[in-house]
Design a protein around this ligand. Sequence first.
Ligand code: NAP
Length: 454
Amino acid sequence: MAIASINPVTGEVLKTFIPLTDDELEQKLALADHTFATYKHTSFADRAQWINQAANILEAKKTEFAIIMTLEMGKTLQSAITEVEKCANLCRFYAEQAPIYLADTPAITDASRTLIRYQPLGSILAVMPWNFPFWQVFRFAIPCLMAGNVGLLKHASNVPQCALAIADIFHKARVPEGAFQTLLIGAERVAGLIADQRIKAATLTGSEPAGQSLAAIAGHHLKKVVLELGGSDPFIVLKSADLERAVSTAVTARIMNNGQTCIAAKRFILEEAIADQFVEQFVHKFKALKVGDPMQSDTDVGPLATPQILQDLESQVKASVDAGAKVLVGGYRLKQSGNFYAPTILADIPFGAPPYQEEFFGPVASVFRVKNINEAIALANSTQFGLGASIWTEEPEEIELAIEQIDAGSVFVNGMVKSDPRIPFGGIKRSGFGRELGMEGIREFVNIKTIWIR
Ligand code: NAP
């Protein structure tokens, strides 16, 4: 894929970029390696100062950065501003918390002193997606830098200006040169990087095929990877739920980021007793959504990021309808330029149709009806994914059952699934493995060194 910014509203090519030459790439790898030799000895206090400075820059220029995101991938400007603010909060949180997460941990053994120390590994490669072009990168970069590693970013080819802006933030924050670099390269050059002995580990957020490919190569070279892949999160609503809140949250959980979120609620699993009421309100709210220019403050849903995503979504809806699913609202692409798809709700979905197994990466909700919580959990668990899950009920036994039995990396009760700097994030099954964020996340890319002193 060419490295280019293309406005998803107009199709206009805003800017194209020439990928790094092999020599340029080599220089960046060498610089990262060289920088690590000294960066790993910097103090938490120094790192915190740089990262807090990055937060200051994010806050000061949030609208400027948000406009770049909106122009490159179409998220609403307001949500892009919120994303920049969230990155700044993450910086401040890890500046303070990393020394606690990475402090020596004592253990009791037969030795006079036993402890666990967390030491950085070196250059970590991050292969990142376009859907949260700032957040996904900061979620990797800040824990990585606070732990004393150096980071190399291969961002998605459709958000190069975001990638460059992020590198510039770290540069302006006076993070040592080479501690964080952007590599403008295509996906086909990731394999060579993984093979390079200077790259110690890698993380990828993106699709299953990309994850499979990276993990296979990393396995061959015996390097650690963290994978954050796709999801088809269930949103279960049972009869005791606060229906009004559940419906409002369901709409947000499905359409945020124009429906292109890994942890978006995608399958709405409703207990029979409240299903009609839920669906009526859900359809009503979907009909009221304003689709259009993401720069406008009253727009709810902007365009999909690329023509390919629009085409994929259209094919999935068509396949579902061909299989017998009913369209309650939407079900078509807008007849105008840009990658716009109408907010859509599918119901009466025959078993085996695409919503049962596939991820719909756009504003399409699939509604299912079940008799009780046991059926709801069985349906929730019936996909190959296991990223997040949301359940709505006031019954303590149902809450406990859901927490215990849903196969996912997170369960949110009476709230939507979200990623939060303070808690681990990640999935199971084909949604990936490893964690980002929280103590578990920051410890993914360190040498957990056991020290035993007689
Ligand atoms: P994608 O095609 O897999 O791209 C993601 C990144 O991987 C891009 O930088 C891409 O580079 C690179 N890439 C693609 N194929 C590769 C390969 N064979 N080897 C190495 N790198 C490769 O994903 P997408 O379609 O843009 O993103 C949507 C997917 O990401 C969805 O499935 C979504 O659920 C998932 N996602 C997951 C999370 C999470 O935290 N679990 C968060 C956000 C998104 P190019 O752009 O150069 O092709």
